[in-house]
Write a protein that binds this ligand. Structure first.
Ligand SMILES: [Zn+2]
Length: 291
C-alpha cells in the first residue's frame, strides 16, 4: 500500500525467517495458497462488492478506498489467495491431511464487511474459510476466535445473524474501528479491554467469557483470527500482551478443539506490525498449535 504503510510485504518474510530460526519448520508441511473462487467469496460478500473491487483495481499506482486502505496492482491477486489459503486449510484439516493449519497471509481480512473494504482488509479470509466449512463440508457449528487488538467488525457484520457461528473476541476499546460493544450477544462474545490492559485482563476475559461460551456452543471446528498487534511492543495499539499470552490462548483453543471439534483448527494471520514481535508471537502460537 505504498512506502511507510504498516501492512507491508516484510511481515510475511519475518514469519518465514522466524519459522526457520526457531527450528519449527520441521513441524510443518507447506502448501501454496490457491486463489479463492468467486463462488467461495460470494458466500460472505455481495457480488456487487466483488465486482466493484475488480473495477477499481488499478493497473499501476494506488486506489485508496479509505484513508488507510489502498488497492495496488498486486492487491487483489494476493487477496484472492489469502482467502484461498483458508479454503485449502479447511479442506486439509477436515480431510485429516493436516492436524491444524496456520495461514501466513496478507492482506488481512477481519475488518472486511459483506459490502465494504476497510482497515487494510478486502476479503474476510476467516469468514470465507468458516463459510466453506459450513456450506461445502456440512458442519453445523463453527467458532471464530479473534485476539487481534482491533475488533473484527467485518466478521461480526457477516455472521451476526447466522446461528451456526459463534465469535469470541478481545480488543482494545475505545479504539479503531469502534465497534464490538453494542453488537454483543450470546453468539458475539466481544470483550472490550481498556488501553494498558495486559496478561491478567486478557486471560480473565478468555477464562470467564470465551471459554464458557465455547463450551456451551460446542463448535465442530475452530477458526482463529490471529492478530499479534495486542503485544506490548507493537506500536499500533496500547494493549500489553506478551509471547506467553499467545502461547496460553492457543493452548486454550486447542483444548476446546480437542474436546468438541476433533482437534480441527485453522488459524489465519490478521494484524501484527512490529516485525520482531510478529515473528516471536507467531512462533509461540505455532508451537502450541502444533502441540
Ligand atoms: Zn489489528
Amino acid at each position: 500500500m505504498g512506502q511507510g504503510h504498516p501492512e507491508r510485504p516484510e511481515r510475511l518474510l519475518a514469519i518465514d525467517e522466524k519459522l526457520l530460526a526457531s527450528r519449527l519448520d520441521y513441524l510443518v508441511v507447506r502448501a501454496e495458497a490457491p486463489a479463492a473462487t468467486r463462488e467461495q467469496l460470494l458466500r460472505v460478500h455481495d457480488a456487487a462488492y466483488v465486482d466493484a473491487l475488480e473495477r477499481l483495481a488499478p493497473g499501476e499506482g494506488l486506489t485508496w478506498l479509505d484513508p488507510d486502505t489502498a488497492l495496488g496492482p498486486g492487491t487483489l491477486p494476493a487477496a484472492y489467495r489469502a482467502a484461498g489459503a483458508g479454503i485449502l486449510a479447511t479442506d486439509l484439516v477436515i480431510a485429516r491431511r493436516a492436524e491444524s493449519a496456520f495461514c501466513s497471509v496478507r492482506p488481512p481480512g477481519h475488518h472486511a464487511e459483506r459490502t465494504r473494504a476497510m482497515g487494510f482488509c478486502f476479503f474476510n479470509n476467516v469468514a470465507v474459510a468458516a463459510a466453506h466449512a459450513l456450506e461445502r463440508h456440512g458442519l453445523r457449528r463453527v467458532a471464530i476466535v479473534d485476539f487481534d487488538v482491533h475488533h473484527g467488525n467485518g466478521t461480526e457484520d457477516i455472521f451476526r445473524d447466522d446461528s451456526r457461528v459463534l465469535m469470541v473476541s478481545t480488543f482494545q476499546h475505545p479504539f479503531y474501528p469502534g465497534s464490538g460493544v453494542e453488537g454483543r450477544s450470546e453468539r458475539m462474545v466481544n470483550v472490550p479491554l481498556p488501553a494498558g490492559a495486559g496478561s491478567a485482563e486478557f486471560r480473565a476475559a478468555v477464562t470467564e467469557e470465551w471459554l464458557p461460551a465455547l463450551e456451551r456452543f460446542a463448535p465442530q471446528m475452530l477458526f482463529v483470527s490471529a492478530g499479534f498487534d495486542a503485544h506490548r511492543d507493537d506500536g499500533m495499539a496500547m494493549l500489553c500482551l506478551r509471547e506467553p499470552d499467545y502461547a496460553w490462548v492457543t493452548q486454550q483453543v486447542r483444548t476446546v478443539a480437542a474436546r468438541h471439534a476433533e482437534g480441527r483448527i485453522v488459524s489465519m494471520l490478521e494484524g501484527g506490525y512490529d516485525l520482531g514481535v510478529l515473528g516471536r508471537c507467531f512462533a509461540a502460537h505455532l508451537e502450541q498449535l502444533a502441540g
